[in-house]
Design a binder for this molecule. Structure first.
Ligand code: HEC
Length: 109
């Protein structure tokens, strides 16, 4: 009896892990599309994982301390010549979430 419920719990965690990684993979695919096409981040930024070579903004692979929150913040509000994708409604909140997830998980790869 005890072994059975233990195995069920293990199975449950295994399945939820697989589920999460599928969701993450879908987000990474969509994020790459937003980075290169929808938002055109690629035109201004180097990001090796995306194959982009823009040099108007900093090389995202070498920005120190870049993470999901910092990307969210700058993409929402912009900075200097970088457009405020959130404030100016160029991207939806969902697209900003996805592209920030993508960038934060792609730098240095
Ligand atoms: C028109 C060119 C342009 C576009 C398009 C653009 N950026 Fe930028 N980005 C810049 C510039 C220029 C800076 C530096 C701003 C400054 O420091 O004054 C910057 C800064 C950043 C930073 C902060 C880097 C640091 O030093 O902390 C991140 C992260 C970033 N951009 C991500 C993105 C993402 C993601 C997109 C697409 C949604 C994007 N950028 C689109 C020009 C651009």
């Amino acid at each position: 009896m005890k072994i059975k419920s233990f195995l069920l719990i293990i199975l449950f965690f295994a399945i939820s892990k697989i589920h999460i990684s599928f969701a993450d993979e879908a987000k990474m695919t969509k994020g790459l599309e937003i980075f290169n096409e929808t938002a055109g981040c690629a035109a201004c930024h180097v990001l090796k994982a995306a194959g982009s070579e823009g040099n108007i903004g900093p090389n995202l692979d070498t920005v120190a301390g870049l993470n999901y929150d910092s990307v969210m913040d700058i993409v929402t509000h912009g900075l200097g010549v970088m457009p405020a994708f959130g404030e100016d409604e160029i991207l939806t909140k969902e697209e900003i979430d996805i592209v920030s997830f993508y960038v934060a998980n792609s730098v240095g790869k």
